[in-house]
Design a protein around this ligand. Sequence first.
Ligand code: SF4
Length: 299
Amino acid sequence: MVDEKKYYYSEIFHSIQGEGHYTGVPTAWIRFFLCNLQCSGFGQKDPTDPSTYELPFEDFDVDSVKKVEDLPVWEKGCDSSYTWAKKFKKLMGYETPTVLASKIVDILKTDTNQNGLFLHPNSRQHQHLCFTGGEPLMITGQAASMGIYRSLEKRANLPSSMTFETNGTQKLTELFKQWVKDIPEEIFFSVSPKLFTVSGEKTAKAIKPENVKEYADCSDRGQLKFVVGASRREWEELENTVRKFREAGVDWPVWIMPTGAREEEQTATAGKVAEEAFKRGYNVAARVHVYLFGNAIGT
Ligand code: SF4
């Protein structure tokens, strides 16, 4: 029986995965509302000093837009602040998993895929499904995702793999853990822990290797993705943090996403960060979707 509780979400869209393991794969996305962090330090002069923060989303007049897609992309603070700041809640959709599954199928429809099938009738290649946020592993996100899966299963239209793009702080419910273990489809955990020197989030709140180990115990498929800039203190924190995850038993590959990629004028910094990453033996994740489609919401 489908869970008919309703859940808040900000967007459902069709694009390619632009970062990490599944880069380039056509993907249906659902972005849930709610996050337990704020990451106000992103893009700030000194992410570790809140007195230097500028947060343009706080001054934004929500009544000046009708839908999420009309919001600007803020380059300071969390670039998805509209997925957790209360003031934006009135722009969110609110639907049951059954309706959300229908919308996901609709978004997959094109001239060559008129029924919105995850197994594309033209290429015979599997389209991916990605749950993102906000934080999609909040308790509500876990329940909604399982409901969407069950609804797609009833329609015999399931993806062969699904990603959860998470900050890695949330504990999984017993029900969710069992679901991940039981289903034949792949669950890929794309965990992006937030560094204090980059996001301003305190380590005790943002870095939870013991929780991520629980994810790894349910599915051996995942990655650790860190946003890092060029400064030495960020790299020191990165190495310390990676060590904590390794000590907890999480052996997924590490991807580095340069902070510089957020701003055109900083592409030189992005190159430097990428070089540092591969010198240290880490993978580099560029934001391919930004290069292809720009940084607009819903891409
Ligand atoms: S975890 Fe992600 S969505 Fe949540 S505040 Fe940080 S950057 Fe924004």
